[in-house]
Design a binder for this molecule. Structure first.
Ligand code: ATP
Ligand code: MG
Length: 456
């Protein structure tokens, strides 16, 4: 039996107000689709015959959120901003942007929507459907189908390719055959999309899907991955040392095991195996995955650099790039085998205490994945991480900045800035990591003086 949507009171209030003024109004888009699937509605969107100026006049508080596209935000008493968009039709399309004009009928408005499941209108007051493209039947059959001629719809706006993969992955909808064939052909044009739109699509998958592997695996199968993320496409088929597991699949499944509210961590998991090929795409020896360390092979440095390159291309912020690259770099340090406190501190120093929390989550996700594959026991990993966390909680000096002396002190002792500085500070760091109680100014300055005397 089909689920009936049920809209909150403010959606009915806005609909009623518009209709009382003589303008037909419907709920459309994602909220209708989601409630039919039995999922939380997300934001409700209304489509109306009323022009934007009328919408603004009819409600006490409105915000011109997208006036050029006919969208007015109506602020309700509940403090919700409900988007009300005037019926539209496309008059011109360029594969990226559409020039729209206002339309008279709901049918025109529904015709320009991307997929049948997104083109179902529901009346929040009369509780009836307008479903000219059979979106409800497709939902019931678990199908994602383009509205109209699929190839034309994709060439009007290539973002629909990525939206299709996302909806299919998220809701477990099979892509109908004509739609699928047109979608795969259209992937060659994805380079025309702006980096920002590509990034937003990726981040929607990572921040909203229960299992991002669904949509991302479809990126791989459709050809979208090759065009948009060639460095990720190159990971497919590479084998992990020892287990032989496919490193692309491992990246995807690790992302699944991390929470949706930490999308940058999921992104880190996705990018964790980028460094396993040479510049020319030849697989490198080793096959160590993130956190296993791959001494000498340069895998971790390459992974970090390629991930940063990918993120810069997609116009991520510098802070986001630094965060992901830092955690990827931490993967070069396998977890410490010994649990002597000094050993733990030296390890935390190498990894960087600020990178520890995110790295720990990645270690746990990796260990859980191994257990799911019957290839390991997460207990020892959890134990080491707990010890490391315990050590971290004591706030010992772990970074050169934590030392009780700094470069200025060395200058005051008559030393000239130079490489020697770094060496001296590093030796002090070593001593302090061994014994944190040594981190006192007097004591460290004495140690420096002793060295200077010994050196003559
Ligand atoms: P979600 O918000 O969960 O990603 P949604 O379906 O609400 O899903 P939105 O991007 O919020 O997606 O867009 C709302 C509606 O607008 C869609 O359901 C669809 O009908 C229409 N739409 C959005 N983007 C496009 C597009 N590029 N081409 C055609 N129709 C679109
Ligand atoms: Mg939406």
């Amino acid at each position: 039996m089909e689920r009936r949507p049920s809209a909150p009171g403010f959606v009915r209030w806005v609909t009623r107000t518009l209709e009382d003024a003589g303008y037909e109004t419907w709920a459309v888009g994602g909220a209708v689709r989601n409630t039919l699937l039995g999922l939380p509605s997300g934001d409700w969107d209304l489509a109306t015959r009323a022009p934007p100026a009328v919408v603004r006049r009819l409600f006490p508080r409105t915000v011109p959120v997208g006036i050029a596209h006919g969208t007015v935000g109506v602020l309700t008493r509940e403090g919700v901003l409900l988007e009300v968009t005037t019926f539209r039709r496309d008059v011109e399309t360029f594969g990226r942007h559409a020039v729209v004009e206002f339309a008279d009928t709901l049918l025109e408005d529904l015709s320009r929507r991307d997929f049948t499941v997104n083109a179902v209108a529901w009346h929040p007051v009369r509780e009836e459907f307008q479903d000219p493209f059979g979106g409800r039947a497709d939902l019931a059959a678990g199908l994602l189908r383009a509205v109209g001629v699929a190839s034309r719809r994709f060439s009007e706006d290539y973002l629909r390719v990525l939206r299709g993969l996302r909806f299919s992955g998220r809701f477990g909808l099979r892509i109908e055959r004509d739609t699928w064939e047109a979608l795969c052909r259209a992937t060659t044009h994805l380079g025309a999309l702006s980096p920002e739109r590509v990034r937003e699509e990726l981040m929607k998958i990572l921040s909203e899907d229960v299992r991002p592997s669904g949509a991302l695996a479809l990126y791989g199968i459709s050809g979208a991955l090759e065009v948009l993320y060639p460095e990720l496409a190159a990971v497919r088929g590479l084998q992990r040392r020892g287990t032989g597991e496919d490193l692309w699949v491992r990246s995807l499944l690790t992302a699944d095991l991390l929470p949706a509210h930490r999308p940058s961590l999921r992104l880190t998991a996705l990018l964790q195996n980028l460094g396993h090929t040479t510049q020319d795409g030849v697989p490198v020896e080793g096959g160590a995955t993130w956190g296993e360390g791959a001494p000498g092979a340069g895998v971790n440095a390459r992974t970090r650099d390629r991930a940063a390159g990918l993120m810069i291309r997609l116009r991520f912020s510098n802070a986001e790039v630094r965060e992901v690259a830092g955690v990827l770099e931490a993967g070069a340090e396998p977890l410490p085998a010994e649990s002597a406190p000094a050993e733990l501190r030296r390890w935390l120093h190498r990894v960087g205490p600020e990178r520890f929390p995110a790295s720990a989550r990645l270690w746990i996700a990796g260990a859980r994945l191994d257990r799911l594959r019957h290839e390991g026991d997460p207990a020892p990993v959890v134990k080491v991480l707990r010890r490391l966390r315990g050590e971290l909680r004591k706030s010992p000096p772990l970074r050169t900045e934590d030392l009780a002396v700094n470069g200025r002190d060395l200058v005051a002792m008559g030393l000239k800035p130079g490489p020697r500085f770094g060496k001296i500070l590093a030796s002090l760091m070593e001593e302090v990591l061994e014994d944190p109680t040594l981190n006192r100014r007097e004591q460290l300055l004495e140690a420096v003086e002793r060295w200077l005397e010994e050196e003559g």
